[in-house]
Ligand binder design. Structure first.
Ligand SMILES: [Mg+2]
Length: 258
């Protein structure tokens, strides 16, 4: 009987530790993002690819009846919010709207390496820059201010399209497509590129990505983000609203071995 009570207490303690360390699994990704030279190198690589493709586009320039535009995401694409993730980890709290808006209102996010230089290069070639982000509508002023302080081109309310009723970026992308020839999209989440990525789960996302393999690094420029994104919510958790213990199991179930 004593043995079973001991096992029960150990199990209870383990569960309790897991519940109390919900962000433990995020530490490696966060350390990598904030400290590895490789993270920065990948960002430069993404924007260098963008520049090469922009130059190629102008070399092969055709006549278009619309002005040219680039659509970029904001968070973890041109603005670095890793200090916010760091705060969540160190304080062992989950993402929530209040703390996210608080961080945004500080207007302290730094530019992602290479982003500012590339968008300036494009802007100088008369390409209009649109920032489509799922930040909340109430964050518009702070977002524009943050982008403007860092010197991003076209950092003005008309070009910063934040979340309205829906998380889907489809309508906002369409509003740009209606008036501009969009030559490139930039993002850290595949849903930044098209509607299909918003609905696909698990292996479907992977398979669809393989179908579009020629578009990455050419028309679609991807920034690294191991901290959060649809890769986790739709890929690992398959769109399910799991609790922390279920998430832990889901993550482990996705690890491949031999
Ligand atoms: Mg993003």
């Amino acid at each position: 009987m004593k043995k079973y009570i001991t096992i029960f207490l150990i199990t209870l303690l383990s569960c309790n530790q897991l519940v109390n360390n919900n962000n433990e699994y995020k530490i490696q990704a966060q350390v990598w993002t904030q400290n590895s030279a490789e993270y920065r190198a990948l960002c430069y690589q993404a924007f260098n690819a963008a520049k090469i493709n922009l130059d190629l586009f102008f070399l092969n320039k055709k006549e278009f009846d619309k002005p040219l535009a680039i659509i970029t995401d904001v968070d973890e694409t041109v603005l670095d919010n890793s200090p916010y993730d760091g705060k969540l980890i160190l304080n062992n709290i989950s993402y929530n709207r209040e703390s996210w808006v608080f961080w945004g209102n500080l207007e302290k996010a730094e530019a992602i390496p290479g982003s500012l230089e590339f968008l300036h290069y494009a802007s100088e070639k008369n390409v209009e820059i649109f920032y489509i982000s799922n930040r909340y509508a109430e964050q518009l002023e702070a977002t524009v201010n943050n982008l403007e302080k860092l010197g991003f081109p076209d950092a003005k309310k008309s070009n910063v399209l934040l979340r309205n009723d829906s998380r889907s970026k489809s309508e906002r992308r369409k509003s740009v497509y209606d008036k501009y020839k969009v030559i490139m999209l930039i993002g850290d989440n595949l849903a930044d590129f098209n509607d299909e990525f918003e609905i696909k789960l698990s292996e479907e996302r992977t398979n669809y990505t393989d179908e579009l393999s020629n578009d990455f690094g050419t028309r679609l420029i991807v920034l690294p983000n191991p901290n959060y994104g649809d890769w986790e919510s739709n890929g690992i958790y398959e769109g399910m609203n799991y609790n922390n213990l279920q998430k832990d199991s889901a993550r482990k179930a996705k690890i491949k071995s031999y």
